[in-house]
Design a binder for this molecule. Structure first.
Ligand SMILES: [Zn+2]
Ligand SMILES: [Zn+2]
Length: 308
């Protein structure tokens, strides 16, 4: 009889308790997740949605970088005597392109609160570092990023440079498997290269207007600050809509905001040690002067929030 009870009553009772315990644990996990989501919000910032096919996060499975993971990675930091962001124009720029480049460099100085310098222009390589790009019946020359990252820049990086970045109107490619790339950087060597060519409608055989000129400047400011963010050791942001989001296309890049999310800002502030409100005020002033009203308002809202 005792044996019967153990088999048919006690065992089912024990397994019912086990199921209840498992359900309780699942409920507790769901509740904890809900609470984290509920409080992990910041006014004015939006979380990244579920990645769609074609999005950067859909095609690139990158590991997440927490603040403490960032600190532990011992990123490069500007030190006394090595704080200047150097920009090296390579190849021809017309008057408007030159103005866009110079304004974007000024913006980068405010964004990182570091001194900037634009060096005297250098020519593009003559042979061996290029191929022919082709699309829609048009043909143009593309240059391999390895020329800038391995040949040109490391040999002449200035003593006081935190980073030395080539800017060109020529189209770039990283290797034969890619159609093109907007920019590439080598953290170890503290050098990088960006192409502005695709930010201007002339690349697609169209004429530029006041609106496209503004858009080209916004895109240039975004790519320079994004790539420089990598040079401070910040990985792609996978949580918020943020300047450090990766982008697979110009459409995705255009959806990327100019500001850093709270997580990425915390990393940059730790690295450089700037005063966050002063930085926001300087950026807002610049954006307003350049008539980027919407973007300036975002920074104004952040200043207001930090002062509360
Ligand atoms: Zn990136
Ligand atoms: Zn971020």
């Amino acid at each position: 009889m005792r044996e019967w009870i153990r088999k048919n009553v006690i065992t089912p009772l024990a397994s019912t308790n086990k199921i209840r315990l498992i359900l309780l644990v699942i409920l507790a996990i769901c509740f904890a997740y809900y609470m984290v989501e509920l409080f992990d919000r910041e006014e004015g910032f939006e979380k990244l949605g579920r990645p769609e096919p074609g999005d950067w996060c859909y095609t690139h499975k990158e590991s997440k970088q927490s603040f403490w993971g960032y600190v532990a990675s011992k990123p490069n930091r500007p030190v006394e005597g090595k704080r200047t962001l150097y920009f090296q124009p390579v190849g021809p720029f017309n008057q408007h392109e030159d103005m866009v480049m110079k304004k974007a460099v000024t913006f980068a100085g405010l964004y990182f609160q570091l001194p900037t310098r634009i060096d005297k222009s250098l020519p593009l390589p003559e042979k061996g570092w290029s191929r022919q790009g082709e699309a829609g019946g048009r043909k143009w020359i593309q240059y391999k990023t390895a020329y800038f990252l391995n040949e040109l820049l490391p040999k002449q990086i200035p003593e006081d440079a935190y980073a030395y970045l080539a800017i060109t109107m020529a189209d770039l490619y990283p290797d034969e498997t890619w159609n093109y790339v907007f920019g590439q950087a080598s953290l170890h060597r503290r050098v990088g290269v960006f192409s502005l060519s695709r930010y201007f409608p002339e690349f697609d055989g169209q004429k530029s207007t006041t609106k496209t000129e503004q858009r080209a400047l916004l895109r240039t400011m975004q790519v320079i600050t994004h790539e420089l963010g990598h040079m401070f050791g910040i990985s792609h942001c996978q949580k918020w809509k943020c300047n450090m989001n990766g982008s697979n296309s110009l459409i995705e890049a255009d959806e990327t905001p100019l500001f850093l999310c709270p997580d990425c800002l915390k990393k940059l502030q730790w690295n450089i040690g700037f005063d966050t409100i002063t930085r926001y005020e300087m950026i807002e002033k610049f954006l307003r002067e350049e008539k980027f009203v919407e973007e300036a308002d975002c920074f104004k809202m952040r200043i207001k929030r930090l002062r509360q």
